[in-house]
Design a protein around this ligand. Structure first.
Ligand code: DLL
Length: 436
């Protein structure tokens, strides 16, 4: 057990994200990368084995670019070592465990030391502050509490910021709508799709969603487009910003957006080193090019991750609101979400973008995939606008089908449904139903 931080208690501490010069940040990253690689090698059998197989040793990491010598880590590695095999500290030093259910197979399990929880709270507080939330504000937290990192991760950050947390969790939507009216929160944290469900519930209760006390929404945990952002901002009269994270790397607050620039989440690079790679070959792609996002943690004690492949697709961009910290472009989708329809690749967010561009349509849609004979077929089932005539909505459905054909290059069916027919989000929304 070599936690070499004991003699240097500030070694893993956060920096001022606004003011840090780039050369200082890069020097700090290198020092922390070297510490992380050694920590993982010394304490996690799987990392030691993979490093040895790749012929690489912690002593070989002399520059930040040397990270490319290291093997990638994938979800399969986490499954192989289920449940605690990749923890790098004794279990007695683990203060909390989270797990993601995953769609197939065993869940992935992650752990945190007291120091990890402390840094996580700092980073969520930093993210919320970037979103414009201030000490003393009231924050309605509708991310799910429990093994999911969203609820408890956001919770600690709200408290750390000095704001007041309303720990709602997900579900009981009518009650959420009621308590938003009664407690008058300044900000809400939840998935973008769930915020739409809450807006519907407010309307169902006879409340104009634009009339609430909410001024800021910090939304993440699922892909969403800038078109959806505009719809949410219009419908609820607030500022919506994007927060990104994943449990394997920490949870919410790996990267977050500034309310001033709203130009994609800044990666908190004092704690995480991002890379983008070609998903097929693993070769690095240049900043600015589309690739799979890969993270190496720089300060995690219980669960260090080395070159973890997120499956998320994005581009790295230069920092703006936080100049030294690179941004990620809004995530368009995951490798795993990609639908291949008769040879054409498409992401649900592309459909979302088109739907949100047609004013007479609602954001409530799902995609159904079926097999017709030897061909795959996709139906977009979309609810009609409750305030509009059926014919108007049917016409909008025809426009949707034409735009999908032109912009994505594939023919789909569009079925306009009655309001309230489709399932509503209570957290991460399931948009695609594969019935093949
Ligand atoms: O969803 C952590 C989180 C909670 C982030 C609350 C933000 C807010 P997981 O359940 O492990 O963790 O899922 C991680 O969700 O790899 C992305 O595919 C997706 N994701 C998370 N945030 C965003 C975002 C949490 N802002 C997976 N935009 C990630 C797009 C996101 N996708």
């Amino acid at each position: 057990m070599t936690l070499t931080t004991a003699s240097r208690p500030d070694f893993l501490a956060s920096v001022d994200p606004t003011g840090i010069p780039l050369d200082r940040l890069r020097a700090l990253q290198l020092e922390r990368l070297q510490w992380t690689v050694r920590h993982a090698y010394d304490n996690v059998a799987l990392y030691r084995r993979k490093f040895e197989e790749a012929g690489v040793h912690p002593d070989h990491i002399l520059t930040l670019d040397d990270i490319r010598l290291l093997p990638f880590t994938t979800k399969a590695d986490l499954r192989e070592t289920y449940p605690f095999g990749m923890f790098a500290v004794p279990m007695a030093d683990v203060r909390r465990i989270h797990a993601s259910s995953g769609t197939t197979g065993r869940p992935t399990v992650v752990g945190y030391t007291a120091g990890d929880l402390d840094r996580w709270a700092d980073l969520v507080a930093r993210s919320l502050s970037a979103a414009g939330i201030r000490p003393g504000d009231r924050v309605h937290n509708a991310y799910g509490y429990g093994l999911f990192t969203g609820g408890l991760g956001a919770h600690a950050g709200i408290e750390r910021l000095g704001a007041t947390v309303i720990p709602m969790s997900g579900g009981q939507t009518a009650r959420q709508a009621q308590l938003i009216q009664d407690f008058e929160p300044d900000a809400i944290l939840c998935t973008p799709s769930y915020l739409l469900t809450i807006a519907d519930a407010l309307e169902a209760a006879g409340v104009d969603p634009r009339s609430t006390s909410l001024k800021v929404a910090v939304l993440g945990a699922e892909p969403w487009t800038n078109e959806m952002r505009r719809e949410i901002e219009r419908r609820l009269d607030l500022v919506a910003v994007d927060i990104y994270g994943l449990s394997e790397v920490m949870g919410p607050g790996v990267a977050s957006e500034s309310a001033l620039t709203k130009d994609g989440p800044h990666v908190w690079e004092d704690h995480f080193l991002p890379e983008t790679i070609d998903g097929d070959t693993g070769a690095p792609v240049a900043d600015g090019e589309l690739g799979e996002l890969v993270f190496t943690s720089l300060t995690k004690e219980a669960f260090p991750v080395i070159r973890y492949r997120t499956r998320d697709l994005t581009r790295l961009r230069p920092g703006t609101a936080f100049p030294a910290m690179r941004r990620i472009e809004k995530i368009t989708g995951r490798n795993d979400d990609m639908i291949i329809l008769r040879g054409v690749n498409l992401f649900p967010t592309q459909i979302e973008e088109i739907v949100m561009g047609i004013e007479t349509l609602t954001p409530h849609f799902v995609l159904e995939l079926r097999r017709e004979g030897r061909m795959d077929a996709m139906t977009v089932r979309i609810e009609r606008h409750p305030a509009l005539e059926r014919e108007v909505c049917e016409a909008a459905g025809v426009v949707l089908r034409q735009r999908i054909k032109v912009l994505i290059g594939t023919s789909v069916d569009v079925r306009v449904e009655e309001p309230g027919v489709l399932p509503r989000s209570e957290g991460k929304y399931k948009r695609v139903y594969d019935l093949r």
